[in-house]
Design a protein around this ligand. Structure first.
Ligand code: ZN
Length: 130
């Protein structure tokens, strides 16, 4: 299942960005041509994240439709679910893929309302001393 290795890479990158801060959600943008099933990605994320500091975070998948631009008439065609690589205007097949190959992490939602762990420890011992 190639979603598992994708999630592994996302976890590495996201953990680097987060630098130890708790993460609530990871927003990713995945092109249609990547052949990634969003539900499978979410499922695999839960498996992968469990073993990392990102445990408990959600992955939010935005799918980008695949589009081709015709070299003959410059018309841009959304390919649709059947992946027909022909121009919607002139029917030509000499076309360039202009979107659908994306795969990137667009943002991380940090759980900013959580008290950092060391402050929490300090607050506890202050109360104990009072
Ligand atoms: Zn065309």
């Amino acid at each position: 299942m190639h979603e598992l290795s994708i999630c592994g890479s996302i976890a590495d990158i996201a953990a680097g960005y987060a630098a130890g801060r708790p993460v609530k959600a990871i927003n990713v943008r995945v092109g249609q041509l990547r052949q990634v099933v969003p539900d499978t990605l979410v499922y695999c994320w839960n498996l992968i994240a469990e073993q990392t500091p990102l445990a408990g975070s959600r992955i939010v998948v935005e799918t980008v439709p695949a589009r081709i631009e015709c070299r003959a008439c410059a018309h841009v065609t959304e390919i649709g679910p059947v992946l027909m690589l022909a121009c919607g205007a002139c029917g030509g097949s000499d076309a360039e893929v202009v979107s659908g190959e994306e795969f990137l992490i667009t943002s991380l939602e940090l759980a900013v309302n959580l008290l950092p762990a060391q402050d929490f420890e300090a607050a506890k011992s202050e109360r104990a001393n009072a």
